[in-house]
Write a protein that binds this ligand. Structure first.
Ligand code: BEZ
Length: 402
């Protein structure tokens, strides 16, 4: 990342941010990243996540994971107690600027944690870049966030959308599939996961014969499933998540396609939904940066602690939230909780090797995880690890001027 001014910010971006900050502080509304509040005061953490709608379970799991990381540190990060400020973003991109501003201007948070939906993340990104507030994104995969919109104060502990499907090209090739249909919601996450798959599959000589879309968050799949039955591809690849994924898996089975045309996906298709779908997901293979049955010491400890605390099994979203807490802890420990020392804090976060339940990972120059992508298969109620589909996969970070 560019470090041509003290504090580690790109000069042009910093000046833009300063102008926004000067305007806002003049009316007494903004306490941005870098304007120190008393170091002994509680650290104000803003959680902007979906707590209503189809992505509710994802928002809840991220929250649980983040809070577990904090509780494991005695309820403090960098020696400071935490005060939470929570906004339900409803997975609604149109409300993203207003919701982001609620946390930054009204609640004066020191750090922003969010969100799940790529479209909402795009709305947050503009404001985050202007204000310079520290932002840790624990899910939303919008490629742009660690691409053309990358910035010193923007970090992600999850994935880029491209990353989650790219390895599927190799997987399908190894199974002898030559043609595939991709089906998803019509918004950035679905379109970018389709693109990541297409690139990987075509490199392996495969052909994506059709892209099928339905608007987010609709779950009327019947007409699209009939189209798939008529096309008869070798394989179907899907991105849906949360309640939409559960409905899709059940409809795929009810349409008689299960067992006829093998179904694959980014792992969101089967993560956190297996209790809700009976045997509709049995045998479905997916790629993701987390799986059940990993031989990772940290994962065993994490699962025990999560189950004990929440009486629930964790999923990938819980892991990403937990790692957001771990990454923030790394930065705050380096500056002993003094978040105004932003350059030192960013430097420590950039250099972090996160001991994650998914296995260790580091950050790319664009601040996106470089991580193993696992091949998983649904066996009973588990996304059982089958092996590593792509070792240390890094997002290409196209357009990031880091
Ligand atoms: C996204 O919108 O980026 C997204 C949402 C749920 C799961 C994965 C990605």
């Amino acid at each position: 990342m560019k470090k041509n001014i003290p504090g580690g910010f790109d000069r042009r971006e910093f000046l833009k941010g300063s102008a926004a900050i000067a305007g806002a502080t003049a009316v007494g509304t903004l306490a941005p990243f870098g304007l120190a509040r008393a170091q002994g005061a509680k650290l104000r953490v803003g959680l902007m996540l979906p707590y209503t709608g189809t992505y509710t379970p994802l928002g809840v799991a991220i929250t649980n994971g983040f809070k577990l990381a904090v509780e494991e540190r005695g309820g403090k990060l960098g020696g400071r107690e935490i005060e939470y400020f929570v906004v339900d973003d409803e997975s609604n991109p149109a409300k993203a600027p207003e919701n982001t501003n609620k946390l930054i201007q009204r609640d004066k948070v020191d750090v922003l944690i969010g969100t799940v939906h790529s479209g909402v993340a795009m709305g947050m990104a503009k404001i985050v870049r202007e204000t310079g507030i520290l932002w840790i994104n624990p899910n939303a995969g919008a490629d742009e966030v660690t691409g053309p919109l990358c910035a010193p104060n923007i970090f992600r502990t999850s994935f880029s959308n491209w990353q989650t499907t790219h390895a599927l090209g190799k997987v399908l090739k190894a199974k002898g599939h030559k043609t595939a249909v991709f089906i998803t919601w019509k918004y950035a996450a679905g379109e970018q996961m389709m693109q990541g798959f297409k690139e990987g599959f075509e490199k392996e000589g495969g052909k994506l014969v059709k892209e099928l879309y339905t608007p987010f968050p609709q779950v009327e799949f019947q007409a699209l499933l009939t189209e798939i039955a008529n096309i008869k591809p070798d394989a179907v690849v899907a991105f849906f998540a949360g309640g939409g994924a559960a409905k899709f898996l059940k409809d795929y089975q009810a349409a008689g396609l299960k067992g006829k045309i093998p179904l694959y996906g980014s792992g969101f298709l089967t993560d956190g939904v297996l209790d809700a779908v009976g045997d509709a997901a049995e045998g479905v293979e997916t790629t993701l940066h987390y799986a059940d049955g990993l031989d990772v010491k940290k994962d065993r400890a994490f699962r025990l602690a999560y189950a004990k605390t929440y009486k629930l099994q964790p999923d990938v979203y819980a892991v990403q939230g937990y790692d957001a807490g771990q990454l923030l802890a790394t930065g705050l420990d380096a500056v002993k909780g003094d978040i105004s020392k932003k350059a030192d804090m960013i430097k420590a976060m950039e250099a972090a090797r996160i001991d994650s339940p998914r296995g260790q990972w580091t950050l790319s120059k664009a601040h996106n995880p470089v991580q193993d992508m696992y091949l998983r298969k649904v066996v009973g109620k588990e996304n059982k690890v089958q092996g590593v589909a792509w070792k240390a996969l890094a997002d290409p970070a196209r357009g990031c001027k880091a």
